[in-house]
Design a binder for this molecule. Structure first.
Ligand code: PLP
Length: 386
């Protein structure tokens, strides 16, 4: 089935080069990297190379890279490590617009473990207030967890400035960089965060592999206990093929990011400007300036996002309304609610997210079919003003 895939913040296509790099590790190189025999043991070199490639992409040292099963596990591991290693500190700072991987954990800790959580607010463009952050920090703050870039709007937070404020206060800092790695230049040598989470399937590696960066010397407690893998920091037999795949994807991102970002930004801007100019009563959600180069989130007034998605689906176009995780419900997403997007706009919001595989023809076709879809839906909309 041929599709126009504009849902790359939900997941990305695995790069053919990544598939090719992984294949031998399902067949002839299937050993367990922890085995004593050389058949398994020889995989150690390949894993080390993948770790180095991953580290290079984000300016980390190989020994600071911990392979996990996904972004969610990496987020949980970071937050729990900070809490368990400082049992006397009972306060967490995060934002209202985090991915559920962070938000749901914080709500769980608040409701069932008695932690005090501050959820920082955002303005109508999804921006944080640095003064509110400063004022939120307390002597008993165990960790600040603030995402690098928002998955729904693409808004990029000033993470360096945030990390410096948190560092100055002497508090541990985690950033969920799942949407940023591979799209934003990240150099952890001069970014003072203690933990950073990323996920393979957002950068053209498979689903089911992630990384937690743990700065050398940062407090740590393993989340999964058992075996001695990952220097006793994350038990579980290494997922060798996926680690190799992620190493390849990281290498490709490092080499191709500048060119890919330029192309994505051009196509994204064409799509965004075309939709806003061609359809009345539309609104861009997110920071117009500080945004991932591949993401645009647009609201179409008086229409229902789910209905738009169904019509787009008939045209073979994949996108998301709100976020992939919230599109099962008709409530506007927590991100749009936090931004105070008016009700009549919030319901009709669509996230278009591009990748290096998005073509000019994809954008042309989308620009052609969207105006009639919106016009048709507005004609029957119960929200339409009389
Ligand atoms: N954090 C952000 C910002 C995300 O966008 C996602 C996935 O959509 C995750 C965390 C969870 O990552 P994973 O699907 O690898 O668990």
């Amino acid at each position: 089935m041929s599709v126009i895939y504009l849902d790359n913040n939900a997941t990305t296509r695995v790069a053919p080069e990544v598939v090719e790099a992984m294949l031998p590790y399902f067949s002839e190189r299937y050993g367990n990297a922890s085995s004593m025999h050389s058949f398994g043991g020889m995989l150690g070199r390949d894993l080390a190379q993948a770790r180095e490639r991953m580290a290079e992409l984000i300016g980390a040292r190989p020994e600071e890279i911990l392979f996990t099963s996904c972004g969610t596990e990496s987020d949980s591991t970071a937050i729990m490590a900070a809490l368990q290693s400082q049992p006397d500190k009972r306060h967490i700072v995060t934002t209202k617009v985090e991915h559920p991987a962070v938000l749901a954990l914080c709500q769980f800790l608040e409701k069932t473990r008695g932690y005090d959580v501050t959820y920082l607010s955002v303005d109508e463009h999804g921006r944080l207030d640095m003064e509110e952050l400063r004022l939120s920090l307390r002597r008993d703050t165990a960790i600040v967890s603030i995402m690098f870039a928002n998955n729904e709007t693409g808004t990029v937070f000033p993470i360096r400035q945030i990390a410096e404020i948190v560092q100055e206060h002497g508090t541990l800092m985690h950033t969920d960089a799942v949407q940023a790695v591979g799209k934003e230049a990240i150099n952890l040598e001069n970014l003072p965060v203690d933990y950073l989470a990323l996920s393979g399937h957002k950068l053209h590696a498979p689903k089911g592999i992630g990384v937690l960066y743990v700065r050398k010397g940062a407090r740590f407690r393993p989340f999964l206990r058992g075996g001695h893998q990952e220097r006793s920091r994350r038990a579980g037999t290494e997922n060798v093929p996926y680690i190799i795949g992620l190493g390849k994807a990281a290498e490709m991102a490092k080499n191709g990011m500048t060119a890919d970002n330029a192309t994505m930004r051009t196509l994204r801007d064409r799509l965004e400007q075309g939709l806003i100019a061609g359809i009345h009563d539309t609104k861009l959600n997110g920071d117009p300036e500080h945004r991932l180069p591949n993401t645009t989130n647009i609201s179409f007034k008086f229409v229902e996002g789910e209905a738009i998605l169904l019509h787009m689906d008939r045209e073979g176009i994949c996108a998301s309304s709100g976020s992939a995780c919230t599109s099962g419900s008709l409530e506007p997403s927590h991100v749009l609610r936090a931004m105070d997007v008016p009700f009549s706009f919030a319901h009709g919001s669509i996230r278009f997210s591009l990748s290096r595989y998005t073509t000019e023809a994809d954008i042309q076709h989308t620009l052609k079919v969207m105006p009639p879809i919106i016009a048709e839906l507005r004609a029957i909309s119960p929200f339409r003003p009389e």
